[in-house]
Design a protein around this ligand. Structure first.
Ligand code: GDP
Ligand code: MG
Length: 597
């Protein structure tokens, strides 16, 4: 297709504003799907994506649209990942496009995530086409939202398209706006090949599938190409596109988005943002913007039942096949046995992997306290990175500890402002901006990531009854007064609960965890002390009283079959328990204790 007839665009929307529904409508309108196929939402296909309303992997659909000018255009719609943890993937998807549809819910208005994505889109010089969706809702206020888009985002919304993805209103107007407002790509067919690797995933039939945007040159079957950052060479055996059904094409030319396969075994070899060029006569300079993925949040994953270790290893390996952005290595814990230390892009990413392991692979897991990466300057001048509180060196050998900080933008209706300000303050936040726009507050805070990884997001949602939205980016590290806190049950440290905390917050958090553990650990035949300590000094303490005699007497008297039954019951229960200093701790306690309520 000639450059002038290509349009590449993404859809920016806050969660639930109708991105997927609208995408499906565009596909349906241009004939990619029959009405019957429309009943299933196409773009979100994984269960978890659907339930959480987020897109984990970018998906692209090529549409042919015959516009009112009589010409047929090739439109590529790129669905970008919908969460801040995937900000880098989003940036590469945006870099593959020339424009974006900004979808805003006519009843909800502009939200923080929309803002962050719009600014990113503007940075990529995108032409932004505003769409005010859900105008069918009784609570829709399209004119108010139009003004909000102009006021808050600062783009002209006078020609915003009014739509209802649900009832199919305004779909053709959106397609016309894409053709007339979004500029065609530029590129040189005769220049050396330069294609950006936008995304990759593992397909059981095709192997690793790579989504590309060709900048210059042409990609064809049989070409020998190299990945400039990855340093590998591959023979292309297939070029195609999704409509959304898979279709092979003869070539992917300049300005076009499509997929290739090249007998690649692991997605880890296909790095998002890499430049693909020919082995002979290829481009000399790679495209700008490539970054290696880096794990931000770490935690240990251990099987509740030690016999499940091999199953866990296999399952993690399978997940990794399709997600190169999480890392893992074996970890042995004194009390939890063998498991894995895993690294994630963020908290949500961690939750997704955890959920998939338990749901798709049917594994009962203990997740240790999530931790960020600390940079330690040692007294001998060396620099060390700490991923696991268990590996904390002797504090006398540490000169300073730096922790990662983030800049967070929170957006909420005025009435919840007080609660949110307090939450941010409690988490050592530093306010850098606070503005009001039409009954809503927008705050910018700098916060230690450490304080956000526990349950910040959950708290924010509960304080604001779900109305606050939150978005963040990392802004480097700062020295902090950080210490390792141990939790001891019956005088034995519970490694899954040890954590790095700020000195000022240690006592409160220690007390909270002890109180929680007191409620979560069932009574035993003896008294159980639960303590929080820093460097051997106890900073908080609770005691679980012993079981009353007459209760235990029942267990050990009585007839033999009853005893047997009890033993069996106990055995079953044990599967979900962990032993610490002769104390059985239920699995839920590990996670529940970390929540700060
Ligand atoms: P996404 O998270 O942005 O992908 O949003 P979805 O497309 O999944 O839509 C979120 C919810 O809003 C779903 O329940 C949709 O059925 C609903 N929805 C989407 N578009 C419209 C619309 O135009 N009108 C109404 N009333 N509901 C819509
Ligand atoms: Mg969606």
């Amino acid at each position: 297709t000639s450059l002038s007839h290509i349009r590449n665009f993404s859809i920016i929307a806050h969660i639930d504003h109708g991105k997927s529904t609208l995408a499906d409508r565009l596909i349906q309108f241009t004939g990619g799907l029959t009405d019957r196929e429309m009943t299933e939402q196409v773009l979100d296909n994984m269960d978890i994506e659907r339930e959480r309303g987020i897109t984990i992997k970018a998906q692209t659909v090529r549409l042919n649209y015959t516009a009112k000018d009589g010409e047929t255009y090739e439109l590529s719609l790129m669905d970008t990942p919908g969460h801040v943890d995937f900000a880098y993937e989003v940036s590469r998807s945006l870099a593959a496009c020339e424009g974006a549809l900004l979808v805003v819910d006519a009843a909800q208005g502009v939200e923080a995530q929309t803002l962050a994505n719009v600014y990113q889109s503007i940075e990529h010089d995108h032409e932004i086409v505003p769409v005010i969706n859900k105008i069918d809702l009784p609570a829709a206020e399209p004119e108010k939202v139009r003004a909000e888009i102009e006021e808050i985002i600062g783009i002209d919304a006078s020609e915003a398209v009014l739509s209802s993805a649900k009832s199919g209103i305004g779909i053709e107007d959106i397609l016309e706006a894409i053709v007339t407002k979004i500029p065609p790509p530029s590129g040189d067919r005769d220049a050396p090949l330069k294609a950006m690797l936008v995304d990759s995933w593992y397909d059981p039939y095709l192997g690793v599938v790579i989504l590309v945007r060709v900048i210059d040159g042409v990609l064809k079957k049989g070409m020998q190409v190299k990945f400039m950052a990855g340093g590998t060479q591959h023979l292309i055996d297939r070029t195609g596109c999704f409509r959304p059904k898979i279709e092979q094409v003869a070539e992917i030319g300049p300005g076009e988005i499509g997929f290739i396969t090249a007998q690649i075994k692991e997605v880890a070899h296909a790095k998002v943002g890499d430049t693909i060029t020919t082995v002979k006569g290829g481009a000399e300079k790679a495209l700008a913007g490539f970054k290696e993925v880096q794990s931000v949040v770490f935690c240990g994953l251990f099987p509740v039942d030690a016999a499940d270790f091999e199953k866990l290893r296999e399952s993690i390996g399978k997940l990794r096949l399709n997600d190169a952005s999480f890392s893992f290595e074996m970890e042995t814990s004194a009390a939890l046995g063998q498991g894995f230390r895993c690294g994630f892009l963020g908290l949500l990413h961690l939750e997704i992997i955890q959920e998939r392991l338990s749901r798709e692979y049917d594994l009962d897991l203990i997740t240790t306290a999530p931790s960020v990466v600390y940079k330690m300057e040692m007294t001998d001048g060396s620099i060390k990175y700490l991923h696991n509180p268990a590996d904390m060196p002797d504090p006398v050998k540490i000169r300073a500890i730096e922790e990662p900080w983030i800049k967070a933008v929170i957006y909420c209706p005025d009435e919840y402002l007080g609660g949110i300000l307090k939450l941010c303050q409690d988490r050592r936040g530093v306010q850098t901006d606070l503005t009001y726009v039409g009954g809503r507050a927008q705050m910018t805070y700098e916060l230690p990531l450490n304080e956000v990884v526990f349950d910040f997001y959950d708290r924010l949602k509960s304080i604001s009854r779900g109305y606050a939205s939150f978005d963040y980016e990392q802004i480097g590290t700062q020295v902090g007064q950080l210490v390792k806190m141990n939790i001891l049950v019956n005088a034995e440290p519970v490694d899954a609960l040890s954590m790095i905390v700020h000195r000022d917050a240690a006592e409160a958090r220690g007390r909270h965890i002890c109180e929680r553990m007191k409620d979560l650990i069932p009574r035993h035949m003896f008294k159980i002390p639960v303590q929080a300590s820093i460097g051997g000094k106890v900073i908080a303490r609770e005691t679980i009283a012993a079981m009353r005699k007459d209760v235990t007497a029942k267990c050990y008297g009585g007839d033999i079959s009853r005893k047997k039954k009890l033993l069996e019951k106990q055995k079953k229960g044990k599967k979900k328990m962990r032993e610490y200093g002769n104390v059985s701790i239920p699995q839920e306690a590990f996670i529940a204790a970390l929540r700060m309520g």
